[in-house]
Structures are given as structure tokens and as C-alpha cells.
Design a protein around this ligand. Structure first.
Ligand SMILES: [Fe+2]
Length: 380
């Protein structure tokens, strides 16, 4: 039961144009706002894809002077952002368009911050109160997702690593929210099945963790449940029929809605998945898919009512964790951590990192180091 004497804040302000062909509206949208010189930020892989080249040539044919910046790392670092900010200024750009998965979109947001905020980039780190320095305007930002997982297109933070240590820092400000999202399912048709599966499991994890996370946010909870239904209906189909508009559309929406929902918080699945990426360079979505059956099994204790709702949303006949094991096997995802290079000797470090992960405090059930070790041992 929520105590209504306590103040809570809710926020869903992003404009989204959604549907097949939505990206064709980008040029008219920019021109309609009197922008002439967009900086398009993406990653080196997307920069070579046909649909990306089509976006650029279409904008140019409409009279826009386009600058592309794609020199970014898979896990973006500070120097990528500084270089992008320099390119923005050297080319007299007047707005930013981020195109990509989490990396490209996070860098586009961080470049937006950099343009009018010249302190050291990590002075703006949210975890040391850096958002108080975000006082100036940021350029107009449009985001265009090309994967269905992170939901970064509707986010207001950017995860950027230190160049040397690779330590991840979080830049955050409501000002970093995109002014407009163009979410076009056709841009995800070319994703290979393994990436569709892993990113889709990331979206499902966001919604499931948000639904049961601590905190009171009934709007986020409602959005999470609808997103879970979409993942249950469409993830397997999107993996098996890459050009199925219905399945790709639902997964793109589920991903975007999962990111809206997780402003409520995440939990133990992300907390145990993050160390697998930090220590062993495992893909974020794959890492979540490895941990979600075990993290959810752990969380069911004490949350039996919420798990009835989760099972109903998933259409699970048995338990939630049984459903997740079956879904993973239908998607062709690996079953055990030991199948993908994790060894007993990694467990100490994994437990230490998971215990201090920034996602753990929002988990509904308290987890000790012994609990975390038990979860990793089951997953191994
Ligand atoms: Fe995630």
C-alpha cells in the first residue's frame, strides 16, 4: 500500500512517431523546425548499412547539410564524446540526430551535453551530483533506434566510460531527453537472430525488473506489464521471421516502453549481469538472458502476488522462471554460464561487483553476498 502523504514524481514527456516508414519524416521534421545542418551520430557498423546511407542521402536531397560522426567505440569513451563535440562545432551544426543502438544514442546525447558545457565531461557524472552543472541549453536532439533492447531513444542518461580504466560513468539530466523519436520497425529487419534474441531479452528484463522494483510508480508498472505481454507474443516470432512487421513493431515498442518503465528502477538481474560484461565482455542482453531465470526465481519469495501478474502477462503455464528457461531455449540462447566461458574462479569477482552494482538497491528482496553467490552458482 502506498503512503499518499509521500511525494512522488512521474514523467513521460517524449514525442514519438512510431511505425514502418517513420524515418522518412525526419527531413520534413528538421526543416519544419528551421534546422539546416544536422550532426548525425552513429556507430561504425550502422554507418555502413544501406538504410543509414539512405537516411543521409534523403536528407541531402532535401537540402540539408549533413555531417556524420561515427568514430565511436562499442563501449563509448570520453574521447569519443569530445571528438564528436569538436565535429559539431567545426561544421557549424545546429541539431543532433542519434541513430543506433545504445552506444550511438548515448554518445549523441553526451555530445549534446558537451556542446554548451565545457567542464571536464565527468564533472557532470550523476553519481557525484554532476547534474547541477547542466545549466545551459543543449542542442535539439532527435533519436532513431535501430535495435529493440536498450530503449535508449527515450532515456535521459548516457553511459560513457573512462578511456583508460574503462570505468563506466553516468551522465544524466532531464535536458538530455530527445525532443523527438522516430521509431521505425523496418530499421530492425536486418538484425541477426542472435542479436534480436539477446536485445529482446534485455527489453523483457527491463520491464520485468521495473514491475517488481521498489518504489511507487503505477504508470511505470502498467507500461511494464503491457511491454511484457508484447515480448511474450512477439520475441520468438521476431527471431524466426526477421521481416515480420507485427513482431518487429511490438518488440520495438516493448523496448521503448521497458525503458520508460525502468525509471522506477531495475534489480538483481541487471546487478548480476553487469559484472559479466565488465569482467568478461559479455553482450549486455546476453548477460541478462543468462541471469533472468535465476534472479526472478530469487525475487518470487515474498512477491507471490506480483508473480501471479507476471505469469499472466507472460502467458506462463508453470512458474515464471520455468517460462523464462523455455523461452531462452526457443530463442537459441545458451543455457549455462559455463557454456560461454564463465568459470568457478570468476565467482568471487562477480559477487563483489554485483554487490555494489547501482541496480541492486532497487531490487525488491534484499540480497547478501551469499545470495548472489548462490544465484551465480545456479547459473553456472
Ligand atoms: Fe538493460
Amino acid at each position: 500500500m502506498h503512503d499518499f502523504q509521500k511525494l512522488v514524481s512521474f514523467s513521460f514527456p517524449t514525442n514519438i512517431l512510431f511505425g514502418c516508414g517513420a524515418v522518412k519524416e525526419l527531413g520534413p521534421h528538421l526543416l519544419g523546425q528551421s534546422f539546416k545542418c544536422p550532426l548525425i551520430v552513429t556507430d561504425p557498423v550502422v554507418a555502413e548499412l544501406g538504410f543509414f546511407k539512405d537516411i543521409v542521402s534523403s536528407l541531402e536531397s532535401q537540402g540539408l547539410r549533413v555531417t556524420v560522426f561515427s568514430e565511436i567505440h562499442k563501449n563509448p569513451v570520453k574521447s569519443d564524446v569530445i571528438a564528436g563535440g569538436d565535429v559539431y562545432e567545426a561544421n557549424d551544426c545546429d541539431c543532433i540526430v542519434g541513430v543506433g543502438g545504445g552506444a550511438g544514442l548515448d554518445v549523441s546525447r553526451a555530445i549534446g551535453l558537451r556542446v554548451n558545457h565545457k567542464r571536464d565531461l565527468f564533472d557532470y557524472d550523476d553519481l557525484i551530483g554532476g547534474d547541477k552543472y547542466v545549466t545551459e541549453d543543449v542542442p535539439y536532439l532527435v533519436t532513431i533506434p535501430t535495435t529493440s533492447g536498450t530503449g535508449s531513444e527515450v532515456g535521459r542518461s548516457a553511459i560513457i566510460s573512462e578511456d583508460e580504466s574503462k570505468r563506466k560513468r553516468i551522465l544524466f539530466s532531464p535536458k538530455l531527453l530527445a525532443s523527438q523519436v522516430f521509431a521505425d520497425p523496418e530499421l530492425t529487419y536486418g538484425l541477426p537472430p542472435s542479436i534480436t534474441a539477446a536485445t529482446g531479452m534485455d527489453a523483457l528484463t527491463h520491464s520485468m525488473e521495473a514491475f517488481i522494483a521498489k518504489g511507487y510508480h503505477p504508470m511505470a508498472s502498467g507500461i511494464a506489464l503491457e511491454s511484457i505481454k508484447m515480448c511474450a507474443r512477439s520475441l520468438e516470432l521476431a527471431v524466426k521471421e526477421p521481416k515480420n512487421a507485427q513482431a518487429r513493431g511490438e518488440m520495438l515498442l516493448a523496448s521503448l516502453m521497458g525503458a520508460v518503465a525502468f525509471q522506477k528502477g531495475l534489480g538483481i538481474v541487471h546487478a548480476t549481469a553487469h559484472p559479466l560484461s565488465t569482467l568478461l565482455d559479455m553482450h549486455h542482453g546476453l548477460a541478462n538472458s543468462m541471469m533472468i531465470p535465476y534472479g526472478m526465481e530469487f525475487n518470487e519469495v515474498g512477491m507471490e502476488e506480483e508473480f501471479v501478474e507476471l505469469a499472466a502477462a507472460l502467458g506462463a503455464k508453470g512458474s515464471v522462471s520455468e517460462f523464462l528457461h523455455e523461452l531462452k531455449s526457443k530463442l537459441g540462447l545458451p543455457e549455462k554460464l559455463s557454456d560461454i566461458g564463465v568459470k568457478e574462479e570468476h565467482l568471487d569477482d562477480l559477487v563483489e561487483l554485483a554487490f555494489t552494482d547501482f541496480c541492486l538497491p532497487a531490487n525488491p528482496r534484499e540480497a547478501s553476498k551469499a545470495d548472489l553467490r548462490a544465484i551465480y552458482e545456479k547459473a553456472l
